[in-house]
Design a protein around this ligand. Sequence first.
Ligand code: 6GU
Length: 226
Amino acid sequence: MMKIDILTVLPELLESPFTHSIMKRAQEKGLLQIRVHQLRKWAVNKYGMVDDYQYGGGAGMVMMCEPLANAIDELQQEQPYDEIIYMTPDGKPFDQRTANGLSLKGNLLIICGHYKGIDERIRQLYVTREISIGDYVLSGGELAAAVVVDAIGRLLPGVLNDETSALTDSFQDNLLAPPVYTRPADFRGEKVPDILLQGDPKKVDDWRHEQSLQRTRDRRPDLLDD
Ligand code: 6GU
């Protein structure tokens, strides 16, 4: 079973994403365990402070070393982590390849940044991987962590079934997914392509591959570069 621990000052933001649909089933099947920890539990003063002014001045608070270090040390005693991931807009852009790789790991710890981020020394001493989910700034790492956990969780063996299979996803071979149709065959005069109605599986496969290529060339030519 894959275990994912998440450290955050806003655990409420991470309650709902994992209690529905596929992520819920993954946990019920015992394939994935997600635990969300309130970082303030490891605060070192009585006010539950986990952030402080930055050295050198400037706007914005920085997440302090001690609460993070104490939290990581304590959690790590329970189980070693294969990766300690810090969610940050200056991390490596997240993609399907990274999700595939992380889905093969055992235990992950994810740190959600807030304010101006975490003290650089925690990054040097503890963090093994820094992830961004795109070139825009979120008010905290929580929604980004939810994206990463969802992308990893659905790849774990046994989580998806034939109806939800990852094999036909966009990006699975660096191509976008082909268009899909369901009933009716004629909707307001817009027809489902004949090939799909004829029921020749080889022709359907070829058509879908051609559509994938065309779609990728049109919308994401960058994916075809490598
Ligand atoms: Cl991981 N965190 C924040 N705060 N903003 C982001 C992000 C992460 N990825 C893209 N924008």
